[in-house]
Every structure is written in C-alpha cells, then in structure tokens.
Design a protein around this ligand. Sequence first.
Ligand code: DGL
Length: 269
Amino acid sequence: MNNKSSIGVFDSGIGGLTVLREITRLLPGENTIYLGDTARVPYGSKSKETIERYSFEIAAFLLKHDIKMLVAACNTASAYAVPKLAKELDIPVLGVIEPGARAAVAATKANRIGVIGTEGTIKSSAYTSAIKAIRPEAETFVKACPLFVPLVEEGWAEDEVTALVASRYLAGLKDAGIDTLVLGCTHYPLLKETIASVMGDSVALIDSAASTAMEVKKILEEKGLLNDSGKDASHRFFVTDSPERFMAVGRRFFGERLADAELAALTDN
Ligand code: DGL
C-alpha cells in the first residue's frame, strides 16, 4: 500500500455514489474502488450484527485490492460497523456520521438539530451520540424515513408523490422548530430540493457526503497519503449483483463517468 493506492468506498448499493461523487470532486487525483452490495441491499432495515458481518466481508474484499483508506458511504454501515472496523483494520477508516455531525453542529444556531435516516441509522442513535459528544447542550429530533430510498431509486425524487411523503415524514421535525437537518442517508442528497421546500429556507440541510469528502482529504493529508502522481485517476466499480441495474440507476447519482461495474464474489475472496 502507498499513496497511489486507491481509496475504498462501500455502500449497500448505489446510493454511496453520492459520497464517491464528492470525494472525486474534491480529490480528482485519487484512484478509487467502489463496492455496492447490491445483492444484499437494503441495509437500513437489518440488524447491527448482520451489517457488521457484511461490512467486514466488504472490507476484506477491498483490502485485497490494496486500498489505503476505507470509507463507509452507507449511513447504516457507518452507524453500526465503522467503530469496529476502525478498531480492527490497519488503514484509516471513516464513516459519514462524524463528518455529518460536525457539519450540523457548525451550522446550528438554535442547537436544535433534526436527523433523518433509515430505520437502522435512527435506531442506532449514532448521529445523536456524535452530535452530543461535540455539543452536549444540542437537542436532536430524529425521524426514520424508510420510503425515501425506494422513491429515489424509482427516479421519483422530484415527483409529487415524494413531496407528499416528505411533508408527512417531516411534519414533526418542522413543528419541533429545528434550524438544521442532517440528511443521514446516502439517497437523501437527491431529495434536497423536495426536503427544502417542505422545511423552508430557515432550516440548513446538512449533506454528509460533502463533509465526508473534506474529512477524507484531511486524513490523507495528515498521513502523507495524498496521491501526487499527477496521472489521470482510475475509478473501479464492483457490485455483488446486477451490474446492469447499477449502471442504469447509478448514472443518476454519479453521472456519465460511471465506468462498467464488475461482479464481486465476496465470500470467495
Ligand atoms: N445506504 C443506506 C444508508 O445510507 C440506504 C440504503 C439501504 O437501506 O441500504 O443508510
């Protein structure tokens, strides 16, 4: 492993491409390897034990590709598995929870922060713990929004159905008078406009993807691991099932740069 090695990024499926997009935007010289666990998506409704096991299998696969850093783009995997991954792996490991929490604390003036995510992320209280570790007096208001993921994958991010679902999910957070809302799921940055129109201009929307990319840069800088070769970066994509669907839906998240996805067999590696 050296500074030309890739950054490994994983997610339960396609959504983590929002995080990869921010990383490649901020660090265009970095090689990346992305793994989407499309055979076992969704993670949001599964138990901690299962998500930990999946995440360790993925880490083992990516380590075989000589990655220099591991990024869990999936909020659910970040909430459930990153603490253990960080303890057990020899390379830096970053999830999206801490960067998102730091950005939320920096943005709030009223110390009233909303968090939305999958059932797993909300149940784990990972964002609340991370926010309170930075600012104990901050109050958090949480809401699981499980229908958002399938709506985005269906391509209905801007549909009236989604607007209706959003106003129903977010009504309680609106009433709570939050001034900051963490978009605690890979898919939610694609719903930014819909969510903003429900919450109004006075609520800052925190996209963990952008703050995570900044933290990736900081960590690589600190460790002397930034790629300074000046060569064009390579981006490899692996999935555990249906590369075609990944390519079709993934373009919504990553644009036309999405290279051909290869099939990964996690257990054989
Ligand atoms: N990637 C997941 C997350 O950010 C959302 C999709 C899923 O439930 O697997 O929590």
